[in-house]
Design a binder for this molecule. Structure first.
Ligand code: HMG
Length: 387
């Protein structure tokens, strides 16, 4: 039985900062951000968009295309959770009016959270082929103003529907996983901003990529040239470019060109949204599906990395007619309608969103942001509202 990704929905808030403006404000050469880091724009979440509202908005992108009564599992992967106890899944389940029999919970392992959920969902659907699973990755990447990590921030969510006989990607059985208990990036409970050993984190990412990619190829008796494309977790697009260069080292010209072209297609959305942690790999997959040159049956490799650190390489095959399941125009419109912020406006909005609103203060969302928004806290309980 084939199991895989049947639907993909993504959401990003309606504001952004241009990396050229940010570079000027930080006395940096714009090419450092545009080329050295590989980012053009970065989405900014104001106080009315958090991981829950973004996760709901991402899932709404495909909800009217699916049979809601078949959803048996709802997993929320995040590292910017809104509560230490209650899972984001329950807020989402309630907003989407899913059945109470749905199993709903949250998972965490840095940017690996969505992949962890996807692997659980895949096993669930293999056991219950008549049911489907929604897996959401939703995050706001915050390193802080004027830090080295600032240019690698972002905000957004990706939601996947996992089913039998999927219409976008069929997941292949097997994977190569690798983990080590290290401190490359972490966020203590008392901080809304991540701590990071930046250069070390990029080195570990590449080491884990080499390990899992080589191990996967060996396990499956595959060569690099067998892949039509490889997509990567993209904390910033230059990171994936470095991994891709390792993947194609010593390969023939045709493989080199194909994997570089597919990487260029796969980084488009990420270069304009920024790091969305758990959703980043899947935003890149969506970008590849929309901008690449894939045919039915093409083998795609996926490299997931979560700091701390946990990595996994796995693969999937493209399903005939996948283009019909993707809303390229809607995805482009989501980016096109974002409002450009000046660096001063970004700094104010960023700082305001770091603080939780006081009990009883009602937040008002912009007209053109997502349908769902965080409306404030009443009696210590977070309130989500639809427009
Ligand atoms: P930095 O110190 O600002 O940058 O930190 P740099 O000085 O290393 O420069 C970056 C690149 O720009 C270099 O290229 C420069 O040569 C180039 P590279 O050597 O890397 O190829 N450069 C220029 N290029 C063109 N024109 C110019 C120019 N000037 C310089 N004029 C760093 C960069 C990424 C470390 C920082 O932004 C950071 O700490 N980011 C956050 C950490 C991060 O994203 N790590 C990635 C791996 S860990 C991960 O992926 C997990 C994560 O998503 C979290 C999770 O799992 O939850 C982060």
């Amino acid at each position: 039985m084939k199991v895989g990704i049947d639907q993909i929905g993504y959401f990003t808030p309606n504001k952004y900062v241009d990396m050229v403006d940010l570079a000027h404000a930080r006395n940096q050469d714009p090419n450092k951000f545009l080329i050295g880091i590989g980012q053009s724009k970065m989405s900014v979440a104001d106080a009315t968009q958090d991981t829950v509202s973004m996760g709901i908005n991402a899932t709404l992108r495909y909800l009217n295309k699916i049979n809601k009564s078949k959803v048996g599992l709802l997993i929320f992967g995040t590292e910017s959770s809104v509560d230490q106890s209650k899972s984001g899944s329950l807020f989402v389940k309630s907003a989407l009016k899913l059945d109470p029999s749905v199993r709903a919970f949250e998972v965490k392992e840095a940017c690996f959270g969505l992949t962890a959920g996807l692997m659980i969902a895949q096993d669930f659907v293999r056991l219950h082929p008549d049911q489907t699973a929604i897996v959401i990755g939703s995050d706001i990447a915050r390193y802080g103003l004027k830090t080295a990590g600032e240019v690698t921030q972002g905000a957004g969510s990706v939601s996947l529907l996992i089913s039998s006989n999927p219409r976008i990607l069929e997941l292949n059985e097997g994977h190569s996983a690798y983990s080590e208990d290290i401190n490359d990036f972490w966020r203590p409970n008392n901080s809304k901003l991540a701590k990071v050993d930046g250069k070390y984190s990029t080195q570990v990412y590449l080491d884990f990529f080499k390990h899992t990619f080589n191990d996967y190829k060996e396990q499956k008796n595959l060569e690099t040239r067998d892949f039509a494309a490889i997509v990567y977790h993209l904390p910033f697009t230059k990171m994936g470019l470095k991994a891709n260069r390792i993947a194609i080292e010593g390969e023939d010209e045709e493989t080199n060109a194909r994997l570089m072209d597919s990487f260029t297609a796969a980084k488009e959305l990420n270069a304009n949204v920024g790091n969305i942690y758990t959703g980043s790999l899947y935003l890149s997959l969506l970008s590849l599906l929309e901008n690449g040159d894939l045919k039915a049956g093409d083998l795609t490799g996926l490299f997931s990395y979560g700091s701390g650190a946990m990595a996994e390489f796995y693969s999937a095959n493209v399903v005939e007619g996948y283009e019909k399941q993707i809303d390229k125009a809607g995805d482009e419109a989501l980016l096109a309608k974002r409002k450009k912020l000046s660096v001063d406006e970004y700094e104010r909005i960023f700082s305001e969103a770091l603080e939780d609103p006081k009990n009883g203060v009602e937040l008002v969302s912009d007209e053109d942001s997502g349908k769902y928004y965080f409306a404030g806290i009443k009696d210590d309980i977070r309130q989500y509202q639809a427009k």
